[in-house]
Design a protein around this ligand. Sequence first.
Ligand code: ASP
Length: 589
Amino acid sequence: MHYRTHHCGELRLADAGKEVKLSGWVQISRDFGGLTFVDLRDRYGITQLVFNMDDNEALCEQARGLGREFVISVEGIVRERSNKNPNRDTGDVEIDVRVLSILNASEVPPFTIEEESDGGDDLRMKYRYLDMRRDPVKEKILFRSQLAFETRRYLIDQAFVEVETPVLIKSTPEGARDFVVPSRMNQGQFYALPQSPQTFKQILMIAGFDRYFQIVKCFRDEDLRADRQPEFTQIDCEMSFVSREDVLQTFEGLTKHLFQKLIGIELPAFPRMSYDEAIHHYGSDKPDLRFGMMIRDLSSMARGHGFNVFDQAEIVAGIVAAGQAAAYSNKDINKLTDWVKRPQIGAKGLVYVKYNEDQTFKSSIGKFYDDAVLKSWCEAIGAVPGDLVLVLSGEKDKTLKQLGELRLEMGRRMELMDPNDFKPLWVLDFPLLEWDEEAERFHAMHHPFTAPKEHDIDRMLSGDHETMKSLRADAYDLVLNGAEIAGGSIRIHDRSLQEKNFDLLGFTPEEAREQFGFLMGAFEYGAPPHGGIAFGFDRLCALMKGSQSIRDFIAFPKNNTGRDVMIDAPAMVSKEQLDELGLALKKAD
Ligand code: ASP
């Protein structure tokens, strides 16, 4: 059987008079007595069908029996519509149907398959195949395919080679928790699913492939925060004989290419900011540059006026909410204070200074600081009449982070975060190591294969504990609108430096050898200098389309509790399977 001559998004006025055959799903059917109209949908669009009682009564009766989502095939003549629909590409024509075949009936769908659905999240996920028939979801999946295609085109043009790395690998303690897979043939032993192909891509550089990429699934068994998926996709890349500059140029190029090709946006050169600058000015290592509202240090001006809280604080710093002085009543300020005191933010309190339009000042600490002092603060921080200054104080790292959160909250409230405005930047020179107070050990801020900045190597070898905290890594993040969309680093390619790094991270030489001996062994056979990066592909899709959620860009996502509600996974396995794997629970004797 020949199902179609055209698809449902294709016919135009110029096709009028043609005999055509179309196949698709019944979106909706409207019965006007003498005439029955059916909207026929496929991936490409919707075409109106018309069945005329006067021409063929039996056919019209057949059409009346069509329900939503029936799969049908029709033959007929393309006619100009008298009542045109300018909102549809095919809106000038309809098909005067002569033959109708029902290819498959459909149950009444559990939610409406239209632009806006009345289905709740779980229902839509359970019937994901119906959800994906809806334009907004379908378009996101098509966008993703196009983004993957343009990624491949750009990278292959730049001599990158796509190599698949294994999914069954070995568990490593660094980073997030691994998903593990029991081995039947090696009972008691487990594979792990890769959190990233990091070591494999480095080995590919040692193997001489020079430029590698892969659009690859990665797995992290973390507690699910909103909009995290246990399996996600990276554009994973590695290059040999490169400096940081080469990597940044290449992937700034890729990002620009994707924005230009997919959404027609020409991004300007990406600004660069050191990690320290980002923390000091934005209270975050992924600053959202769609708006200013930079953090300013007021410490020296705040001290010595008898206000104990500020006198004892390591830092006093603030932001300016432009034009908000009048908008914030005492009650609003109290609410905002409660907001910063929530455990997620953790501030002890909030100080405000209103620089009123009439050039008077109102402040929660007016008792300690007269108007002249408040004015000098406002001038120092760049506030003008009408502005609201918000000030936090305390321990430096925490206060800057809290101010960063407050800045974002004010940005949200003031609607300064247009999802269609794109402000990428590189954040550079991350710390190499992060001290974990609780575990009393260092963690790698990026991962243990990241090289220190060249001028820090000697200091790294010194082994002095305090020095370690100030070491900088040759690591970089690509940040877009407050989200990290890519991260990478120049790698260590020297065995002894890698051993030193494992040592700093608290590995014994035996542990390091057991877990990463293969890589360190490979370093001894001519490892070239190399570096790379990985993009979060799902997030990149969502950001480019101005969407908050990555879920709709994934054909079959997991829900917030890590379940696939369509196939109902995870699920129990049979006792036989457990026996075969040597995992059957043994009864206590
Ligand atoms: N493998 C790293 C990650 O997944 C990225 C990189 O360093 O290339 O974060």
